[in-house]
Ligand binder design. Sequence first.
Ligand SMILES: *Cc1c(COP(=O)(O)O)cnc(C)c1O
Length: 390
Amino acid sequence: MEMRYANRIDRIPPYLFAEIDREIERKKNEGVDIINLSVGDPDLPTPRNIVERLQEAARDPANHRYPSYAGMPAFRKTIADWYRRRFNVSLDPEEEVIALIGSKEGIAHIPLAFINSGDIALVPDPAYPVYKIGTILAGGEPIAMPLMEENGFKPDLEKIDREIAKKAKILFINYPNNPTTATAELEFFREVVDFSIDNEIIVCHDAPYTEMTFNGYKAGSFLEVRNAKDIGIEFHSLSKTYNMTGWRIGFAVGNSEVLAGLGKVKENVDSGVFQAIQYAAIEALEGPQDTVRKNMKIFRERRDLMVDGLRDLGWNVEKPRATFYLWFRIPEPYKSSIKFSSDLLNKTGIVMTPGVGFGSYGEGYVRCALTQKKERLEEALDRIKRFNLR
Ligand SMILES: *Cc1c(COP(=O)(O)O)cnc(C)c1O
């Protein structure tokens, strides 16, 4: 029989990195030593206290049962306490906190709770792809909000068509931002809150990088803004801060009705996060934070090494205040980010992500993840110099 995918699958745009993935495979088979700077997955291990807490909790049969879908009360209380400590935001752990199987899971599911067929979600471009794809899977229409360099990679809310703004149901934002590394001040969040109250839009702020900042910069929470909780939620993740990408745990906090909608979907789709992992996450948020500081020092050294090295080659690269990425214009005379990434790979064996893979407004840029050891970054710089790539 002929297999026919549902329309929602056909609506998912082609995977732009597929061609690069094939090239990587081909190069590997040729024996090329690939330096992969394309993955947003920390190469450092999960801190030991967290692993040990998992081991201990995994041994306890009480944790072998189905968990509560919203997250254990102790985990939700830890999250509320962390928000109070970190952002001076108060949350009711019962109603305003929900555990997620990684924040991606929550981001992908939220449109199912609020988007009817044809409804609009405003999504940044370039962006983490799940805002757009989650909207498509729910039958909605993602409308791009361009993130332009001259606007600090923040959407210009005044440029959004009034009809579209009135019709939009969800607005996604993400600061500190992946892929642009841009940060946002509370003033911007305030504009978003005003805009969203005026237009009755739910705000979903994706904030997995608030703890991954440099040189004393402290990222704020969207929920610090007055009335933000009336219209929005914030997604958080332990993946990046604690090197726990494989563990699949995150959380969402904020407006209780929005979270109840998300919870309704989740209740019927998944059965919560393994309790032993929730105990490990409690340890992550409440335990000593010295590994986070140590790791950020490592990322800062890598950032400085790479930015200084690329600048010496005449590339126009800024030092980001947050995240473990660099985002910069592809060097002259390149126009296409795919052509640049492909030449870089073919000539030097280095992989960086073409900006257009994050959306059409990412064209002309490339993302470099600092997820390799210093020695490998030095080797990468050396190769770029040697092959005189421009
Ligand atoms: C990594 C990342 C996520 C997903 O994190 P998980 O909690 O591992 O699902 C979400 N949003 C952005 C912007 C990310 O970079």
